[in-house]
Design a protein around this ligand. Structure first.
Ligand SMILES: *[C@@H]1O[C@H](CO)[C@@H](O)[C@H](O)[C@H]1NC(C)=O
Length: 182
């Protein structure tokens, strides 16, 4: 029944899936000078976040001058109002690593006086476990959807479902192709 070719193919697919779900470390902003007030509205950290796909188990890494700045993880409300008074977590070591143990949005703001108001803040949206980094079909959840006074969970939810369905269709198509070859 199970031909050697099929077994090898299945093994290859397994390796690819395993590789795509390896935990990654993301240097916030892509370089060590990024936890700063953005120099222009098109250079915000949320633009950087939107170009990346974060998965459960990945980590964020911040590099900054610990004498001038800090990283605060806050609620959505405190993110939107730049309220630094009671963060969920506070990091001021200059070399901060935050693990992302669940899917959904995370909100970070600068603890430096007035910096959040000038745009030194970040939303990272971690994909649910069923989305694959290598999928390509499913769109990454966008931080922009969370970055405003009104949330549209419906549109986000619908997109997600479409993404998962798209992924399934892709997998089925590959299986049919493999079955034809054999
Ligand atoms: C910041 O948040 C705290 C706790 O929710 C609240 O007591 C405080 O009034 C807020 N500060 C501002 C300036 O909104």
């Amino acid at each position: 029944m199970a031909s050697p070719l099929f077994s090898s193919l299945a093994f290859l697919v397994l390796i690819l899936v395993a590789r795509s779900s390896e935990a990654k470390d993301f240097l916030v902003g892509g370089n060590t000078e990024s936890w700063e007030i953005p120099s222009s509205p098109s250079k915000t950290l949320n633009h950087w976040a939107e170009a990346n796909r974060f998965q459960v188990g990945d980590s964020l890494v911040w590099k900054y001058d610990d004498k001038k700045d800090s990283v605060l993880e806050v609620t959505r409300e405190h993110y939107l109002s730049c309220n630094t008074s009671s963060p969920i977590a506070e990091h001021r070591d200059g070399n901060t690593v935050v693990k992302l143990p669940r899917s959904g949005p995370y909100y970070f703001i600068s603890g430096a006086e007035g910096a959040c108001e000038k745009g030194e803040k970040l939303i990272v949206v971690v994909m649910s476990g069923r989305q694959r980094r290598s999928g390509g079909i499913s769109p990454a959840p966008s931080p922009m959807e969370y970055d405003g006074p009104t949330m549209a969970p419906m549109s986000g939810g619908r997109k997600l479902t479409v993404g998962i369905k798209g992924g399934l269709v892709g997998v089925l198509a590959v299986m049919v192709m493999v079955a034809r070859i054999l």
